[in-house]
Design a protein. Structure first.
Length: 318
């Protein structure tokens, strides 16, 4: 475990731009825009949540309207608002993971630094697993921690601004919902990592194999297969398989089904309140429903084969 921690620190140092600076910069910009818009009144008069027809002239007015809602609706609104602050950073997470996987094993062959690591008491298996862990564990963890920090900063700033404007700022601190979200988000990204690992394991394998231009090796073969399937078989099964795994669609569908709860769509204010109440208390167990999906286990088997191939290539093809 001490070896793996040391390798994780190395990955954090090597990829700190993508793991730390990129999400921090994005969330800083989001905070500036949100605070400027809500905290100082810009854009508030046109706010219209859930078709309720309400408009708000200041943050204090918004908080007063929030306090009039039911407790579950308040909790759902605050949770949704905080998630909307941190979520923009997660849009670049797959790209960060892609380049971590692609560049790690390729760059060490190009600059011959793998000779140094082979002289250390670290096996090829540990090295490849460290690269895999940097993408599938370390990257989401860094993004999550930075996202949580952004949420806390937003709460503190809006608490101060809301108090100055005379709003009931205590309603912002929905501690139970915030903590549930902070438990829910890592579990969701755990399931997302399990679903998406075969796609990124392919990228890792290409980084270990490619003599040059690893990006082309990672992108062209899937594109050729998609093109061949579309032209000659008139199907899109391979592209759909990649899309399902890359987005963890079964997990998202289970979560949506849990929120809707089998109810028909309710429009207007009643539908909005129902949705917010459902968001306030997500069922954590729903995240693990897809463990019964055979496609998940097929993807994990594919990932295991590709990771083994990357280990073999690093051992014998470096």
């Amino acid at each position: 475990m001490s070896k793996f921690i040391s390798l994780a620190r190395r990955e954090l140092i090597e990829h700190r731009t993508g793991l730390i600076y990129a999400p921090a910069i994005i969330l800083t910009l989001v905070l500036v825009v949100v605070i400027t818009s809500l905290g100082f009144g810009s854009g508030m008069t046109n706010a219209n949540f859930g078709g309720t027809g309400n408009s708000y002239t200041s943050l204090g007015d918004l908080l007063s309207k929030l306090s009039e809602s039911e407790a579950m609706v308040r909790a759902g609104l605050v949770g949704t608002f905080l998630n909307s602050i941190s979520s923009p950073a997660f849009l670049i997470l797959p790209f960060v993971i892609f380049f971590i996987m692609l560049g790690g094993l390729y760059e060490e062959r190009r600059d011959r630094s793998f000779l140094f690591w082979k002289s250390m008491p670290v096996s090829d298996t540990w090295e490849v697993l460290a690269r895999l862990g940097a993408g599938m564990i370390l990257a989401p963890l860094c993004f999550l921690l930075i996202g949580m920090a952004a949420q806390v900063i937003a709460l503190l700033i809006f608490t101060v601004l809301g108090a100055v404007q005379g709003g009931p700022v205590g309603d912002l601190w929905q501690v139970g919902t915030i903590l549930r979200n902070w438990i829910h988000m890592p579990l969701f990204f755990l399931m997302w990592a399990l679903w998406s690992v075969p796609v990124f394991a392919w990228v890792l394998f290409c980084g270990a194999y490619a003599p040059r231009a690893p990006f082309m090796y990672a992108i062209l073969p899937p594109l050729v297969i998609m093109l061949f399937e579309g032209l000659y078989l008139k199907t899109t099964h391979f592209a759909a398989w990649i899309g399902i795994h890359l987005t963890a669609m079964p997990v998202a569908e289970d979560m949506a089904q849990d929120i809707i709860g089998g109810h028909t769509v309710i429009r207007g204010e009643d539908g909005f309140n129902f949705l917010m109440s459902s968001v306030a208390h997500p069922d954590l167990g729903v995240l693990f429903t897809s463990f019964g999906n055979p496609d998940l286990w097929i993807g994990l088997l594919v990932a295991a084969v590709l990771v083994y191939g990357a280990i073999w290539l690093r051992r014998y093809n470096s």
